[in-house]
Design a protein around this ligand. Structure first.
Ligand SMILES: [Zn+2]
Length: 415
């Protein structure tokens, strides 16, 4: 837990804000360094703050820390429209959302540079309880600034902790690679093997984790040797907006009446070996209902192609990945079950219902503990007739060792 802001006097805070603004920062980034965490403080211009330095220095250049991301002059009025348009098009029905913002690593370097400058100017700030990690994060400030507009446009509520529906906003910066080169100079060892691993220079070398491990604990002297805070030539821009929803799990039981039906698509060298499968017969109705593109079918054990499954049926579960439809009732699920059962004579399903991830483990446990009833047609090898005693002896046998060749189906199947 970060210490309360009152630890520094109001007067000192104003001095800090003024100093950071002179460095070329926007007023929001300057406030972040006072550990201000109230959303309101970032949502509208704080008239108590001196705005002049910002306007003088920053008329045409983006903020030296956030690269214009939360800076009034650089915020595109339509940005929340663009983001929400993309989310609305993807058609998720979740009433809530959480938002992750992925920021350029160059911003970490810039924050670090300002941190050294500020703590050298105001050494009284430095204490064991105030570290760079306590600076209010730019990601949070981004949400403070844009969340209200996004909530209104999406008609969904933002959950600061975590919603099942996530929107990822990617923020990009044209000079990212050239600025991050300083990290390699600061710690060549750290990146030596990364160059080898990723043959393409751009791909994943400057991750936030790598930058964090270089910057944490670095001395001011070493840092300054390789990096100088400069006014950026360009600001940030937005990349793709990605949406995703956590999986939904549906479970039930199936009976199988066909002796020519696989459980899952039977593929040999990428070619389908049979027209359809239990999975396909069920999922082709579930996929459009839940508006999902991808499913994972699992069951409590499996049977061979030519074996029927009767009785109560075999328990199965289906993970629906990234479902766009998440609001439904049990009545609607039962209706889908009726549609599935009407669509085929090969299988029938029952007890179709929503289950939690935890309940799925019961399905797996059941696989080990279940008992099965087998009915077998037996022949005597020498053609002799069995006596009543023979039958009693066979029926009385409770433990049998089966000698069986591995079925072809198991050997060839690729799932
Ligand atoms: Zn800024």
């Amino acid at each position: 837990m970060a210490p309360a802001i009152e630890i520094h006097s109001e007067k000192l805070n104003l001095k800090i804000i003024e100093y950071i603004q002179v460095l070329g920062s926007c007023w929001r980034c300057a406030i972040r360094f006072t550990r201000e965490r109230k959303p309101e403080a970032y949502q509208q211009k704080n008239l108590d703050l001196k705005q002049e330095p910002e306007e003088k220095v920053q008329k045409t250049s983006p903020c030296v820390i956030c690269l214009g991301l939360v800076q009034d002059q650089f915020i595109k009025e339509c940005i929340t429209d663009e983001i929400s348009q993309r989310v609305i098009e993807s058609d998720y029905d979740s009433p809530t959302f959480s938002c992750t913002v992925s920021l350029p690593v160059a911003i970490m370097l810039r924050e670090q540079a300002v941190w050294f400058l500020v703590t050298e100017k105001f050494p009284e700030l430095l204490s064991t309880i105030f570290k760079i990690d306590h600076v209010t994060s730019l990601k949070d400030v981004w949400k403070f600034v844009f969340s209200e507009a996004l909530e209104l446009k999406l008609k969904k509520k933002l959950e600061y902790s975590s919603s099942s529906f996530q929107i990822q906003v990617n923020v990009l910066y044209q000079d990212e690679i050239s600025e991050c080169g300083a990290l390699v100079d600061m710690c060549p060892e750290k990146f030596k093997h990364r160059y080898k691993q990723t043959r393409v220079y751009r791909e994943g070398i400057f991750t936030r984790n790598a930058a964090h491990s270089v910057l944490s604990g670095i001395s001011s002297l070493n840092f300054k040797k390789h990096y100088t805070l400069k006014v950026p030539n360009v600001g940030t821009h937005y990349g793709v907006v990605q949406c995703s929803h956590t999986s939904i799990h549906i479970a039930g039981r199936y009976q199988k009446f066909s002796r020519k039906l696989c459980q899952t698509p039977w593929l040999i060298e990428g070619e389908k070996h049979m027209d359809t499968s239990i999975q396909e017969l069920i999922c082709k109705h579930l996929e459009p209902f839940f508006k999902t593109q991808s499913v994972k079918f699992s069951s409590s054990g499996r049977e061979d192609v030519d074996v029927r499954t009767l009785g109560l049926g075999r328990p199965f579960a289906i993970e629906l990945l990234d479902p766009h439809r998440t609001l439904f009732t049990q009545v609607e699920i039962t209706q889908v079950q009726i549609i599935i059962n009407k669509s085929t004579d090969a299988i029938q399903i029952r007890d179709l219902q929503l289950v939690t991830k935890e309940q799925l483990s019961v399905l797996k446990e059941g696989e080990e503990e279940k008992s099965k009833i087998y009915r077998a047609l037996c022949v005597t090898l020498d053609g002799s007739t069995l006596t009543a005693e023979d039958l009693d002896r066979i029926n009385g046998t409770t433990e049998l060792v089966l000698m069986q060749k591995t079925p072809l189906r198991v050997k060839n199947c690729i799932h």
